[in-house]
Design a protein around this ligand. Structure first.
Ligand SMILES: [Zn+2]
Length: 328
């Protein structure tokens, strides 16, 4: 029986793109056995895939958390840790056959050695939860000290392995168009068609835009299957991707309705309007890039730097306001 392997890159808030891809696979593709590896937020997406957690529910949960970071963008790490505790099923260990989940962290081995470590063996659910929290542990966002697990000192996987490399036949899911690992040149890569700014990984867009990023992930998977016959040959479909013509050509329904797999009309609407979604996202990226360039941008980056590296200064109200004003 062939195992289909997936690798998810570090993603932060852009994880919602990867979850859109996972939804496509869960919903339309017959997969015999799978294995998935990921780093940072990508490790959580790998867990969603391996534990077959409904990706539509996971995505809507991510979108609903955006309002919680309005006061402090750094609270993302605490929110992620809490979500991981709630998300991993009680019987998680029963899903894990043949080392099918890989969680990549950065490990301090000694004072000179800071390197990538992949964990594949888990004996309890708590092991999985701890390691998923460790790979999302950014210094200064949740204390400076490393995450302690089983005598090991761990930090976010993004520092040593932003996109775990696992050979040529692996399907790489990247939340960025130009991933640092160079996977966009790989034959089996699903990535966005627009270039999300990297700061969107730590500074979230509002939930309406996060929902569109989810649908963009769904549409990019659809496109890969449709336009690439070799890719399609690798898989069997559970059902034909229904693509009923839908006369609704505004994106308001997608942005304002909760993501819900039972509402198939939303996914038809997304496929019918995939170019519109891209266009809308590109426009938001342009506006955001304008806000973060020139003198205004310089000041914003300065505030961001101060907020990340000098967390003790009592200026959070001022920095947060400057960073999040208008567009992130
Ligand atoms: Zn990559």
């Amino acid at each position: 029986m062939n195992t289909t392997e997936f690798s998810f890159n570090a993603s932060g808030w852009l994880q919602v793109f990867q979850v859109g891809v996972v939804y496509f696979f869960q919903h339309h593709v017959k997969l015999n056995t799978i294995s998935a590896v990921g780093s940072s937020g990508g490790a959580t997406t790998a867990a969603i895939m391996v534990f077959d957690i409904p990706a539509d529910i996971a995505a809507e949960k991510i979108c609903s958390k955006e309002s919680l970071v309005k006061k402090d963008f750094k609270s993302i790490v605490k929110i992620v840790h809490k979500s991981i505790h709630e998300m991993i099923p009680m019987n998680a260990i029963d899903f894990l056959k043949n080392n099918c989940l890989g969680i990549v962290c950065s490990e301090i081995k000694n004072y000179r050695n800071f390197s990538e470590t992949e964990f594949k063996k888990f004996t309890t659910r708590e092991d999985i939860v701890e390691l998923l929290c460790a790979t999302c542990h950014i210094p200064s966002f949740n204390g400076y000290l490393p995450y302690r697990y089983n005598g090991k000192y761990l930090y976010d996987g993004v520092f040593t392995s932003p996109h775990p490399k696992k050979g040529n036949k692996v399907i790489y899911i990247s939340c960025t168009l130009n991933c640092r690992c160079g996977c966009e040149n790989n034959y089996f890569t699903i990535s966005p068609s627009v270039e999300f700014p990297l700061r969107w990984c730590i500074l979230p867009q509002d939930k309406k835009i996060l929902r569109l990023i989810f649908y963009h992930g769904y549409c990019q998977s659809y496109r890969k299957f449709k336009e690439d016959p070799n890719f399609k040959k690798l898989f069997k479909f559970k059902n034909n991707i229904v693509n009923k013509k839908n006369n609704d050509n505004s994106l308001n329904t997608l942005m304002n309705s909760k993501i819900c797999g039972n509402n198939e009309e939303l996914f038809d609407l997304a496929i019918n309007n995939q170019h519109k979604i891209e266009f809308y996202l590109s426009k938001q990226i342009k506006i955001s890039n304008r806000e973060w360039s020139g003198c205004k941008g310089y000041i914003k980056y300065l505030y961001l730097f101060v907020r990340i590296f000098f967390p003790c200064l009592p200026i959070i109200w001022c920095t947060q306001d400057r960073i999040l004003r208008k567009h992130y």
